[in-house]
Design a protein around this ligand. Sequence first.
Ligand SMILES: C[C@@](CO)(OP(=O)(O)O)[C@H](O)COP(=O)(O)OP(=O)(O)OC[C@H]1O[C@@H](n2ccc(N)nc2=O)[C@H](O)[C@@H]1O
Ligand SMILES: Nc1ncnc2c1ncn2[C@@H]1O[C@H](COP(=O)(O)OP(=O)(O)O)[C@@H](O)[C@H]1O
Length: 309
Amino acid sequence: MLFQQPLTRAHSVTVRAPGKVNLQLSIGPLRDDGYHHLATVFQAVSLFDDLTVTRSDRLRVRTSGENAAEVPDGQDNLAGRAAALLAARIGVEPLVDISIRKRIPVGGGMAGGSADAAGALVACAALWQADLGDAELLALAARLGSDVSFSLLGGMAIGERRGEALTPLPVRSTQHWVFALADTLLSTPRVFAELDRMRDDTVPEPVRSEALLRALDGGDPVAIGRALTNEAQPAALALAPGMGATLAAGQTAGALGSIVSGTGATCAFLARDEAHARQLAAALEASGTCRAARHAYGPVPGPAVIAVE
Ligand SMILES: C[C@@](CO)(OP(=O)(O)O)[C@H](O)COP(=O)(O)OP(=O)(O)OC[C@H]1O[C@@H](n2ccc(N)nc2=O)[C@H](O)[C@@H]1O
Ligand SMILES: Nc1ncnc2c1ncn2[C@@H]1O[C@H](COP(=O)(O)OP(=O)(O)O)[C@@H](O)[C@H]1O
């Protein structure tokens, strides 16, 4: 059992849930159901949201931290939806206060909402001593959003279909990243719609990048940096052109790879090692092309219980 940590009548459970970056994002044609087939390589990274779930008389969600005002409350919040879905599945009332401390940039292409949903599944499963297997928890995750299954799994994985069909990848090395946080938020459906608008009718099915998988196998950061690709990037740049200057600043400062994270608006820069990442972060902040630059590393495990009361 990967995700469940049964507890005896705890009052509250705190979980730490990581964000993600896509090292490859290949996007097929628009499907009839409004989604796109993907071939992506997800990596969970050390930018974390902390989420505390406490027994209560009703379902509430409160958010604090950067851009908390942009995050909805209650069942519009993905963490609230996750708690309600799990409660319905196991036949209990979703009577919990969920308090989220956000560090993953909101609308940043780093799956913060999905991290919170996955964190809520783990925390509530522990609080309610839910007797579910990993496969069933992953299936609940997939119903909440395309990215939530990976947010639950953590580590590194290939994602296919909507992104929910996962093949875990072995971890051969640690990557050090700098994430340049933007002043703007980007909406995932808007970026996909812009991509569809920019493309002609002959979009091929997405394919896994063998070059990236080989580079990850070898663990050489220079090769990994060269193999980073993101087909959503032109659409994200069309909607948030300011990211162009951020990407250029990272390249000038010596990043091994510079890429929009998912559908943006965060830019991700690969560094040689931790010291190089700290230099890059300082150079990006000095460039004035982003709101802030954060060092993080990956892969890291999925949501983990860090406190029980
Ligand atoms: C693009 C990715 C890449 O990892 O990440 P972000 O940049 O948002 O972090 C994900 O696929 C985002 O996953 P997630 O945020 O869970 O998306 P969902 O809630 O399932 O879908 C939101 C909307 O995005 C579009 N969508 C999402 C996934 C997919 N495979 N095809 C799509 O076209 C659809 O318009 C859908 O209505
Ligand atoms: N717990 C949550 N955290 C962040 N955003 C959430 C959450 N629940 C719902 N949302 C909504 O999802 C939108 C995008 O979520 P987020 O995961 O931060 O970005 P992205 O999809 O770019 O990775 C937000 O603008 C917000 O309206």
